[in-house]
Design a binder for this molecule. Structure first.
Ligand code: HEM
Length: 467
């Protein structure tokens, strides 16, 4: 008999269009809940809130037009700049045009596949620190896996992009990043109604303090690096030595600071969330979890995880991909039409917000069979190849595709392999981690899980595994 699939945390979109007031309320609370049901069925959807036009693009060929073929007609735009500009400046993630191009070229070297592989020992070492921390906890302890994964990936990003650089106050930096990003939904809602950027919003002072602290920490790091310019090949050195091939200009200390901050923020929270949602799904699908564990054990021979083992984790990789389909950490890709353009049969006026709602594309009725079901076999090589490239976009596409994609995938596999060879995690049964969009897709209320192992199929008893 077929076992009933577990009910997974998901968004239930409004069936009817919402009033402008209700819509704005929802945008602040959880913008993804304000997305209309139609975008899970239609190819293109227009909306207008208080005179601000938005077009949602779900058809893969039209997504390709926006992100690749006519990428020059669709810039990052006002909302992105307002939400992220104050902290990230005009750096690689937020800049447009020639300013973006030379920054992207300058840092591309560090994210080449062969170089990123060199980071694997640091990734495994950070995962082992998390494993050791968990080993010291009393049996059956409940932990917030979302927090734990943030801590682990933060450890990794600092030990890879700025290794051995001064004494960074990790906890303070992590809190500052969180405080800075917290009020983003307010900023987006205010931008949507055309409010001027000086209008205050809840959390503004904490966000400013967070930004100031981050800037101070990074500026002191840059100052130290400039004083002792050793010939190093880390991201900080690359940024300090980068020159614009068109103008010969090098980066100012502010450019370096903003790019460093971009890598630290863009690089750790997203991967932490991919891991958090993967562990959530595994806890609800023990048969998939068993297969992943078997694969890890076969690759490692039961010993510690080593960089050479990662390539043998094909099924684990499929599981991570399927987790990022159901819960894409970057659930919305935002653009703005730079000029009047035609998209399919639609005329799009300059200034219109263009949304690629990745969460909805990944659950679109016409693109996926049983879209809400967790099924890693969708990412078997043949099945993945047969699909339209633009129906699966966890890392975006086109020239602005995530520069850290290879980094993130290796990191996720290394962390999972290290932790799953020692532990089994189970979600608190009463907890429903609703996906909540806060720049990234976080579980509302965190991800409370118990560390342990089921001692038998019928006992339901849990004990802490110590291997
Ligand atoms: C699972 C983890 C990750 C996900 C889901 C993710 C997702 C994305 C997406 C969707 C974009 C494109 C945004 C757009 O087109 O508007 C992007 C851009 C970017 N990502 Fe990632 N990312 C991840 C990990 C990382 C890591 C580990 C790093 C760096 C260490 C990183 C650095 C960046 C940067 C710098 C950009 C801007 C690229 C540009 O505009 O040229 N990301 N990411």
């Amino acid at each position: 008999m077929h076992k009933k699939a577990p009910r997974l945390a998901a968004i239930h979109p409004p069936k009817m269009p919402l009033s402008s007031f209700r819509l704005l309320q929802m945008v602040v609370d959880n913008p993804i809940k304000a997305w209309p049901q139609a975008i899970y069925r239609q190819h293109l959807y227009r909306s207008s809130v208080l005179g601000h036009d938005t077009i949602y693009v779900m058809a893969p060929d039209l997504i390709r037009t926006v992100l690749l073929d006519e990428a020059d007609n669709f810039k990052k735009g006002e909302i992105v700049r307002r939400a992220l500009g104050p902290a990230l400046g005009d750096a690689i993630l937020t800049a447009d045009g020639s300013r973006w191009r030379w920054q992207r070229r300058s840092v591309a070297a560090i994210f080449r596949q062969e170089r990123v592989r060199g980071f694997l020992p640091a990734m495994i070492a950070a995962a082992e620190r998390t494993r050791n921390r968990w080993h010291s906890l009393p049996s059956g302890t409940e932990i917030d896996v979302a927090q734990e994964m943030m801590r682990t990936t933060f450890d990794i990003i600092l030990n890879t992009v700025v290794p051995g650089r001064g004494n960074i106050e990790t906890e303070l930096m992590k809190h500052s990043v969180t405080h800075y990003l917290e009020p983003t939904s307010w900023i987006v809602a205010l931008a949507m109604i055309g409010a001027p950027s000086w209008v205050p919003y809840p959390g503004i002072y904490r966000a400013r303090r967070g930004r100031k602290q981050l800037h101070c920490m990074l500026e002191s790091l840059i100052g130290q690096a400039k004083q002792s310019p050793a010939d190093r090949n880390d991201l900080l050195s690359l940024l300090l030595n980068a020159t614009d091939p068109e103008t010969g200009q090098s980066m100012t200390a502010m450019d370096v600071r903003d790019n460093l901050l971009t890598f630290i923020t863009a690089g750790h929270e997203t991967t932490a969330l991919a891991l958090t949602w993967t562990l959530y799904l595994l806890s609800l699908h023990p048969e998939v979890e068993r297969r992943v564990k078997r694969e890890i054990a076969a690759a490692t021979g039961g010993g510690p995880v080593r960089p050479t083992h990662i390539d043998a984790l094909g099924y684990t990789h499929q599981v991570i991909q399927e987790a990022m389909r159901l819960y894409p950490p970057a659930a919305l890709i935002l653009r703005e039409a730079r000029r009047d353009v035609t998209l399919g049969t639609e005329h799009v006026r300059a200034g219109t917000s263009v949304y690629v709602p990745v969460y909805a594309v990944h659950r679109h009725e016409t693109l996926w069979r049983e879209p809400d079901r967790f099924d890693p076999s969708r990412f078997e090589p043949a099945a993945a190849q047969a699909r339209d490239r633009y129906s699966y976009l966890p890392f975006g596409a086109g020239p602005r595709i995530c520069i850290g994609q290879n980094f993130a995938l290796l990191e996720a596999a290394a962390v999972l392999a290290t932790l799953l060879s020692s532990f089994q995690l189970r979600i608190r049964p009463s907890h429903n981690p609703e996906p909540r969009l806060r720049v990234t897709l976080r579980p509302a209320g965190g991800m409370p899980m118990r560390i342990g192992i089921e001692s038998g199929p019928s006992s339901g008893q849990e004990i802490l595994v110590k291997t």
